[in-house]
Design a protein around this ligand. Structure first.
Ligand code: UD1
Length: 421
């Protein structure tokens, strides 16, 4: 297993390109299964999760080729309809094949994902949505077994905003007979990217960028080509790293409109930002850091995928701040590890109360999920001495060469491959 050895203390400086968005790609790839023919996904990040999805859709019969950042998917010969436990256990987004398989082939068998590192993450809303479209669903031996002759349009009102169930429902409803209305649809940019792609494939989805979507089902779709949006979580993580190290950096290939909430919080913390449509610069060289409370919420609110990194920033910011996660109430596996680095954080229900400390001290740390691991890397950038972040395969799931990007901005991170400890 790989680990990072981080020599902390360097201020970041320079310019870097943001990669394509993981969460957009993981929805676009299964969407390509909806059409017989070839789709091209541009600006696709080379991430372990993307390779896991390639493996899954190849198992279903898709032909995938990945050159540079262009991922080509030919879904003409799909012959399997099952997402096995091994795929779903490794990556929950595997459940995205449910909607497309059911809509195009009338059958799908997808393993239930089970729990995850930060508690239960149910898929009941995915299942209910498919039932509302007329699918027959049985749960047998840990699998969702779904069947339908042809799905029928329906009105679905989500009790809570859900990215995954909105995406799955969209991918099913585009080939259903009649009209589907989704109320309280997720408005995350990755879902907007998916809607754009589906419409390019010939779908009729109206209401883009709103929480009420109307889908007029069509009989078939064709392959299409789309630019994957930039990864807003990678961008916000890099901006936070710049603030923690009192650096000056510019991010290119970056959609500032997707970052309004993290940018506002970084400004509240004292950073100076200059914002263009496709690039964001940050100057924290003279920063007088201020503590800032944050509560996560669905887009356009502050993303839960930035909660851990924000706690890391606040742990070295004078004063007391409260960071509340309203989406994943237990998502705090990074807290004990940050405390091992010398942070002073306590958890109360779904909030972290962070008392800023003057310095963190490097040691060995490890976390069990992607964004938690990112928060430990950020902490390592400012800790005195050496910080070892173990099991960075979590990071490799969702950040494209994070250590290479940070090193190109002046950080000192060494990847040690195959280390037992
Ligand atoms: C997606 C993102 C993930 C992000 C999350 C919230 C992908 C691949 N992953 O995950 O990075 O952290 O959005 O922004 O895009 N819920 C239910 N029942 C369901 C589905 C969800 O109760 O059937 C709950 C979840 O437990 C959670 C909330 O709804 O509390 C939002 O989850 P959801 O938006 O669906 O997250 P994911 O799509 O799994």
């Amino acid at each position: 297993m790989d680990k990072f050895i981080i020599h902390g203390g360097n201020a970041l400086s320079g310019k870097i390109q943001v990669s394509g968005a993981k969460n957009a790609t993981l929805a676009l790839m299964p969407a390509a299964l909806l059409a017989s023919g070839t789709s091209k996904l541009l600006n696709t990040p080379r991430l372990n999760d993307v390779h896991t999805m390639i493996k899954l859709i190849s198992h279903l019969g898709a032909e995938c080729s990945f050159e540079g950042d262009e991922l080509t998917i030919n879904a003409s010969n799909i012959s399997q309809f099952e997402a096995p436990y091994e795929a779903v256990k490794k990556m929950r987004a595997s459940i995205y094949v449910l909607g497309p398989l059911l809509a195009r082939f009338g059958e799908a068998k997808v393993s239930l994902p089970g729990g995850c590192a930060w508690g239960p993450r149910p898929v009941d809303l995915h299942i209910q949505s498919m039932k509302r479209l007329g699918a027959q669903i049985e749960i047998e031996n840990g699998y969702i077994i779904a069947k339908a002759k042809r799905l029928k349009g329906a009105t679905i009102s989500f009790d809570r905003s859900t990215v995954g169930a909105t995406g799955n429902l969209l991918m099913a409803a585009v080939l259903a007979k009649g009209t589907t209305i989704i109320n309280n649809a997720s408005m995350e940019p990755e879902i907007t990217n998916l809607i754009e792609f589906l419409n390019m494939m010939g779908a009729k989805i109206f209401g883009i960028n709103s929480s009420i979507l109307e889908i007029e089902g069509v009989d078939e779709l064709t392959g299409a080509q789309i630019d994957t949006i930039p990864d807003r979580i990678e961008a916000a993580t890099l901006l936070t790293a710049a603030v923690m190290t009192k650096g000056i950096i510019t991010l290119d290939n970056c959609s500032s409109i997707h970052l309004l909430s993290p940018i506002a919080k970084l400004e509240d913390a004292g950073a100076v930002l200059s914002i263009q449509k496709n690039s964001v610069s940050i100057d924290a060289s003279q920063i007088d850091l201020q503590s800032v409370d944050v509560a996560t919420s669905p887009f356009p609110g502050f993303p839960t995928d930035m909660q851990a990194q924000w706690i890391s920033l606040m742990s070295v910011t004078p004063g007391v701040s409260t960071i509340t996660d309203t989406i994943y109430l237990d998502r705090f596996s990074h807290v004990p590890e940050l405390n091992r680095l010398g942070a002073n954080i306590t958890i109360k229900e779904n909030s972290a109360i962070v008392r800023g400390v003057a310095k963190l001290n490097g040691t060995k740390v490890m976390s069990t999920d992607l964004r938690a691991s990112a928060s430990l890397v950020l902490a390592g950038l400012v800790a005195t001495g050496l910080t070892e972040v173990l099991r960075v395969y979590h990071l490799d799931r969702g950040y494209e060469g994070l250590e290479k990007k940070l090193n190109s901005l002046g950080a000192n991170i060494e990847r040690v491959t195959g280390s037992e400890y």
